[in-house]
Ligand binder design. Structure first.
Ligand code: AMP
Ligand code: ZN
Length: 114
């Protein structure tokens, strides 16, 4: 997708602060971190929202979650705890329409979220 910010990061046109790359995903630090650790896990394939996912994407979603878990361990927040979430559409707080998991940690997370 030509005008998608995260597709530009996948292609290298824009260079985020990468923490991991895999065959199917990239992970980088959020530019406006909401916690000491705030990393985005992004599939290389353009998928606009959670609503566009199908059963065939199950393995990809599993890999995204497992990558979040591995990065949490690398960041030293696995034991203290962390939050993984995906916003969907405007009402869910989504601003970049290429799906991504947020990995947040390094501080006490509160509930309910804003
Ligand atoms: P969401 O609101 O769930 O769509 O999340 C989009 C996230 O992308 C926000 O947390 C933004 O801070 C983050 N973001 C936007 N532009 C950039 C960028 N150039 N590099 C890294 N993160 C970004
Ligand atoms: Zn995209």
């Amino acid at each position: 997708m030509r005008d998608c910010l995260f597709c530009k990061m996948v292609s290298g046109k824009i260079q985020p602060q990468l923490v991991r790359t895999t065959e199917e995903c990239i992970a980088f630090r959020d530019i406006h971190p909401q916690a000491p650790t705030h990393i985005l896990i992004v599939p290389r394939r353009h998928i606009a929202t959670l609503n566009e996912l199908t059963a065939a994407d199950g393995p990809l979603l599993g890999k995204m979650l497992l990558l979040a878990r591995e990065i949490a361990a690398d960041e030293g927040i696995a034991e203290s705890g962390y939050r993984v979430l995906m916003n969907c559409n405007a009402g869910g707080g989504q601003t970049v329409f290429h799906i991504h998991l947020h990995l947040l940690g390094g501080r006490q997370m509160t509930w309910p979220p804003g």
